[in-house]
Structure formats: structure tokens, C-alpha cells
Design a protein. Sequence first.
Length: 442
Amino acid sequence: MNKRTFLKTSGALMTGAVLANLEACAPEKRPLKNWAGNLEYGTGNVLYPKSVAEVQEMVKNSKKLRGLGSRHSFNKIADSTSCQVSSEGLNQIIELNRTARTVTVEAGMKYGDLCTYLHESGFALHNLASLPHISIAGSIATATHGSGVTNGNLATSVAAIEFVTGAGEVVELTKDDDAFQGAVVGLGALGMVTKVTLNLLPTFEMQQVVYRNLAMSELEKNFLAIMSAGYSVSLFTDWKNKNVSEVWIKDLVKAEARPNDFYGAKLATQNLHPIESLSAETCTEQLGVPGPWYDRMPHFKMGFKPSAGAELQSEYFVPLEHGYEAMKTIEELSEKISPHLFISEICSVAADNLWMSPCYGKACIAIHTTWKQEWDAVMGLLPLFEEKLAPFNARPHWGKLFTLAPSALQARIEKLNDFKELMQQYDPEGKFRNEFIDRNLF
Ligand SMILES: Cc1cc2nc3c(=O)[nH]c(=O)nc-3n(C[C@H](O)[C@H](O)[C@H](O)COP(=O)(O)OP(=O)(O)OC[C@H]3O[C@@H](n4cnc5c(N)ncnc54)[C@H](O)[C@@H]3O)c2cc1C
């Protein structure tokens, strides 16, 4: 295996800061909750390292631990019953390399905090998720994505990744290393990610518009054309009335304005929230007003609460060519799901080579749903979603709720065995394995 492994000496000294951290990790502390508040983690032991050396010490001194980002996942992927290592204190920009067009950051940096700096320095990222509040390592670990038929998920912009293995060693992998494509969407299972290098584009301006009321019958005839109609296209629907309530189109700034009519849908004349009854104050500017890429690509603004707040989310990926068929089959559930639904979003993600990405080797449509926080009802509805999408071998989002049987999930992950070999290589004692990993991958 062509790998460049840097064993950096830990100094083997437990610094005062680390001791303080370990003391702060008292079992009686109340566990944290995830962002949505639907999940209280299984331990109050949370460590807050501020350097790679501190992470190394923590790993060496723990039997079990799990990396924790900004806690935006809805399922137990970041959970632990022993110890969580938060990346909150690892939030610095390390280097902007203008020649290579890359930026290296610490793992816990949030996209929202990085983007303004990049823009002011003349650079941009190729895409962002619906919200900028999430940590970079936590996002790439689950293959978090935005939309766009030619835009890969956020992990596809990773040029290098550094992590601390189960043995406490620091490993850096770049695109030249065989393990790289397996390690980027790492599910937190290979070690604690400490640094990430991202590829950059020259900065650019964007504008977005929203069209209202697109008939499903137009999607039947023009699905790919509609999904390709801008740099990033998202469809929002409550699955009622054979209708998509909002089509969000994000474009590079153009000389000519978008027409009033888009396949029969009409241009909105005021800013809208994807959930029409909510105020658009939290949303990025629409109406075709130009602005920097980072203030148009996400649907929600930094500094405001994104989405609905008290909510649950699920999301399934199906091959792009089955996008319309998949939507039609979910539409059949309309009556059952409507009472529990805030909104669904359909977006597209380009194919990639990242082993654990749901878009490995195939471009996908992602059918995302924001649910009311009604746990029992939602957990009862997800099997219906999964049954409807089974003919398309749908894969769930790693950070959202799903009930798919592990055997079915595993059968849909082409590179699962290779990934398990990486786990064995970098974490032979299974320090970073948790219940989520054990249940879903083994
Ligand atoms: C309102 C809202 C909107 C969302 N919108 C989108 C969207 O548009 N697109 C999309 O794809 N997803 C979306 N998500 C889901 C979200 O992007 C993912 O769940 C993402 O993984 C969250 O990142 P995080 O930093 O909160 O990670 P966490 O939830 O804290 O952790 C996620 C995983 O990363 C691991 N991890 C975190 N940090 C490290 C580290 N330093 N080293 C090793 N492992 C680590 C954890 O162990 C866990 O496995 C949304 C979620 C919310 C709440």
C-alpha cells in the first residue's frame, strides 16, 4: 500500500492542559444532546483537546472514544457510552496555499467561519450544505452534500486529511495514498480527524431565485433538465396536490434575469422559507440579488437558527436516473406522511470515488425529509419510505434517521469490506467503534 504515514512523537508527556481535560471528563456530568435535541448522548465524558498532541494523549489513555463535531447528526453515529472527543477547540485556519489553491484547517472549524475568510482572500469552495453551522470534519465524515448535478458532496473537495489512529499515531493521507478514498468519508471510525485540507476555486458571486408551484407532470417529462437548470437546484414538496411547492435555483451571476415562468412554475416576488409558513428572515437572499457564493449556496444564514429547529430528518439516495420514479413512489405515501411532515427536499449530487459515500460511482438524487419531532410516528413511517425506495437500492444519509436492516444496508455498500480493512489497519482495537458502527457495518 502506497501510504505516507507520519509518526509524530507525542512527547509522551501528559500536559497540564490534558490533565485538566481528563479531570473535566467526570462521569457524573450530564451528557450533551444533539442539535435537534432528539438524542441525549450515552456519556457525560466529553474531552475538549486544543492540539494534536492533546488528541494523541487522549486516544492513548482511552479504551473507547468517539469524535464529536457540531452535533448536527440526528442518529447515534457520533454517540459513545464511554467518551466523546469534541473538535470544538480545534477551530483554527492553519494555512492558505495560494499556489496550490488549498486551505488547511483544524477539524472543528465550521464552514460558516471559514467561508468569509476564504472569500476575502479571493477563494471559494465548490459547494456547501443547506446550513453553514456544521463542522468540516463532522460533515465530510458523513458525506454531507449540497445540490448540483455536477457538484460532488463536500468531502469531494478534500485534498488531504490528518487523523490520530487508535494507537495515537498521526497519519496524513493525500490523493496519492491508496487509503485516501476510503478515509475521507470515515464515519468517525478510523480515528480522530485533526486537520483537513480543502481544494479551492477562485471566489465568485451567485444569485438565487425561487419558483413556486411546479407540477409533478413537468418533472415526469423534464426531470434531468429541471435538476440541471442551475449550478444548484432543490425541489421542496409536501407531496400534496401533485405539486412541488418551491424550486430553488442557485446560479453564477448572469447578465440576463431569469424568466417569470419555469416549466409552468412562477417566479416568487418575495424571499421564502422552504417551509412556507415560516419567516424567510433566516434564509439566504433570493430574488436574483447577487452576493458572495457562501451567502447563496446554503439555504440558511449563519447567525440564525436553520431549518425548523425542533425536528427530525431522514434522507435517502437513489440513482439520478430513477429520481422521478422514486419521487412518484414516495408521493403515494402522501396521506400517511403529511400530518408528520414539515417539508421534503429533493436535490442532486454528482458521482464520486469515496468508498463510503452514498454517491460512490453513481450520481444520485437525495430525497431529504424534515419531520415534526414526533419520534414514534416518524420511526413508524421510515420503513414505508425504505420499502418504497428498495427497488432503487436506496442508501440512507449517514447522519440522519433510518431503520434499514443492516444486512440490506451492507449489501448496498460496494466498498464495505475495503473500509473494514482500513478500520482494522488504523484502529485494530476498535477504540473508535460505537454501537452505530457495530450495528450497521458488522
Ligand atoms: C438543520 C440541519 C440541516 C442539515 N442540512 C444538511 C444538508 O444540507 N446536507 C447534508 O448532507 N446534511 C445535512 N445535515 C446533516 C449534517 O450535515 C450531518 O449530520 C453532519 O455530519 C453534521 O456534522 P457535525 O459537525 O455536526 O458532526 P456530528 O454530528 O457531530 O458527527 C458526525 C460524524 O462525524 C464524526 N466526527 C465529527 N468530528 C470528528 C472528528 N474530528 N474526527 C473524527 N470523527 C468526527 C462523528 O463521530 C460522527 O460519526 C443537516 C443537519 C441539520 C441539523
